[in-house]
Ligand binder design. Structure first.
Ligand SMILES: CC(C)(COP(=O)(O)OP(=O)(O)OC[C@H]1O[C@@H](n2cnc3c(N)ncnc32)[C@H](O)[C@@H]1OP(=O)(O)O)[C@@H](O)C(=O)NCCC(=O)NCCS
Length: 187
């Protein structure tokens, strides 16, 4: 295990466990992913586009096994509430960087879980990895996510105009953000 599990008390007074995902979480991760996609307009796939089989999900969990990648889940009473991935490619020129993706079940948003997940992951990066740069993409309309990323210390690298196009032909800009973890102090 790369990551020591943590217990975090959220704003609803419930204590959730943040831990590394294991192969046995594959079905729980699929079930959670379908709910995130059903409830959020700001994730890349539509619900019907997420077709991972159990085998594919197991393979995805396995792909995070390298030293500079991490797949975290937040769990309450056996249910996966959130998925947080920090994925690093193993190419020499970019292996000091990792891409982040995060999603939280609707009823568990706004309780401090997103912040706790970033906090846990950044602390892990600083203590255990050679990572320096974390980066992510966000829909320009996703103000909750944007505020969370700014609060952590991410800054904008640029915007791609009209990068996303919804089913109803609405265009939304993509904001690219990154964070140099050597330049922030997080508790
Ligand atoms: C975006 C997301 C990850 C944020 O996580 P969260 O647990 O809801 O956020 P937190 O409760 O930790 O909030 C942390 C900070 O984010 C900002 N924030 C969160 N919700 C907010 C809201 N409704 N309005 C304004 N700011 C908000 C605030 O700055 C907040 O700090 P504060 O608690 O000191 O006010 C989560 O809401 C989510 O999964 N949404 C759906 C999927 C998604 O959009 N994923 C991101 C794709 S880029």
């Amino acid at each position: 295990m790369k990551f020591k599990p943590r217990h975090i008390k959220l704003k609803n007074n419930k204590t959730v466990e943040i831990r590394e995902a294991v192969i046995d979480d594959a079905q729980g991760l699929i079930d959670a992913a379908k709910k995130y996609l059903r409830d959020s307009d700001y994730l890349l796939s539509y619900e019907e586009e997420f077709t991972n089989s159990l085998e594919e999900e197991v393979s995805w969990i396995g792909s995070m096994a390298n030293d500079n990648s991490l797949l975290l889940v937040a769990v309450y009473e056996g249910e996966i509430l959130s998925t947080f991935s920090l994925h690093s490619r193993q190419l020499k020129k970019i292996k000091h960087t990792a891409e982040i993706a995060i999603a939280i079940l609707k009823e568990w948003q706004g309780l401090g879980l997103g912040f706790a997940l970033f906090n846990s992951a950044i602390t892990w990066c600083k203590e255990n990895t050679s990572l320096e740069i974390l980066y992510l993409d966000v829909f320009a309309e996703n103000t909750n996510a944007y505020h969370l990323y700014k609060k952590i210390g991410f800054t904008e690298d640029g915007r791609r105009k009209n990068y996303y196009k919804t089913k109803s032909d609405k265009y939304i800009d993509n904001i690219m953000m990154s964070l140099n973890i050597n330049q922030i102090n997080i508790k």
